[in-house]
Design a protein around this ligand. Structure first.
Ligand code: FE2
Length: 296
């Protein structure tokens, strides 16, 4: 079957590429294009669900905004994303009992080494890049219960646009990033206990439904890149791109009751300053899903 991700299929690639770059102008010109208002997140309308799913198919991400403050609760958000087909959560070691993870500043023993639970900046990555290859994260939810006093913005980039910019620069970068041994994440050992074995895999792969998947981290420690010229050059190119002021990088600070649903695109967070009062502290709920976001 023809695929834009097949390096030998220039026709399919060009057609898809031109459509993607043209569509991206919609949200680059006006981010509101990507916000879907949800009137009752426990029972969203078919139209609302379709809008979010269509955004995710077209742009790889969508924002939503609850218009009822009483809906801004974890259980209600879970009900909402279930309607999008997101049910199979990856429960990481820091997840809450209901498996959505509360991203807030904490200092307890299992989390003290993890930057997500601090107020520090978080570098570019896709979620679960260290997961086993048969447990990849295909969709992600980030919902804001309370924003920080200042900072804590999300920077995001459609991973399909990153693919296009890499392929246009040099198709060999794509070949290198599709190698099954392109990147290795060393084992995670905490208190002399192995939490996760080393994971080797590609950066880009194509899912069984034809969608593009990406594993990436801009971290320079705890990552081993394949020592070949095209791989290292591709990493350099992508790193420079992500650190540039490319119009393809979108910056937005989620406000209370707003959220991001995406096909595990590239993202990072800026550092933030929190409120003194504990009930006002920045709190986001994150869900990592094995499910894919599909056509409505
Ligand atoms: Fe993340």
């Amino acid at each position: 079957m023809a695929s834009p991700f097949d390096l030998s299929d220039t026709y399919s690639y060009q057609k898809w590429r031109n459509m993607k770059l043209c569509q991206a102008l919609n949200y680059q010109n006006d981010l509101n294009e990507l916000f879907v208002t949800i009137h009752n997140c426990q029972a969203p309308s078919t139209h609302e669900v379709d809008q979010v799913l269509n955004n995710c198919l077209r742009y790889s991400f969508s924002f939503y905004r609850l218009n009822n403050e009483s809906n801004n609760q974890k259980a209600h958000i879970t009900q909402f994303v279930t309607q999008l087909g997101l049910k199979k959560l990856d429960a990481n070691i820091c997840a809450d009992k209901d498996k959505l993870t509360s991203i807030t500043q904490v200092t307890h023993k299992d989390q003290h080494n993890y930057i997500p639970y601090s107020n520090k900046r978080l570098s570019w990555h896709t979620d679960g890049y260290y997961n086993r290859l048969n447990k990849q994260i295909n969709a992600m939810l980030l919902h804001c219960k309370h924003p920080a006093k200042s900072g804590g913005a999300s920077l995001i980039m459609d991973h399909e646009i990153a693919y296009i910019l890499l392929r246009d620069e040099n198709p060999e970068y794509i070949r290198a990033f599709m190698d099954i041994d392109a990147m290795t994440i060393p084992a995670n050992i905490l208190n002399n206990k192995m939490i996760r074995k080393a994971q080797t895999g590609p950066v880009f792969s194509v899912l069984s439904n034809g969608q593009l998947h990406m594993r990436f981290t801009a971290r320079t420690r705890n990552i081993e890149w394949k020592q070949s010229s095209p791989t290292l050059e591709a990493v350099d190119f992508l790193t420079n791109l992500l650190n540039s002021n490319s119009p393809h990088i979108i910056k937005y600070t989620l406000q209370a009751g707003e959220g991001l649903i995406c096909r595990n695109i590239l993202h990072r967070r800026t550092s933030f300053v929190d409120y003194e009062e504990s009930y006002k502290k920045r709190l986001l709920y994150r869900g990592r899903y094995f499910d894919t976001l599909n056509q409505p």
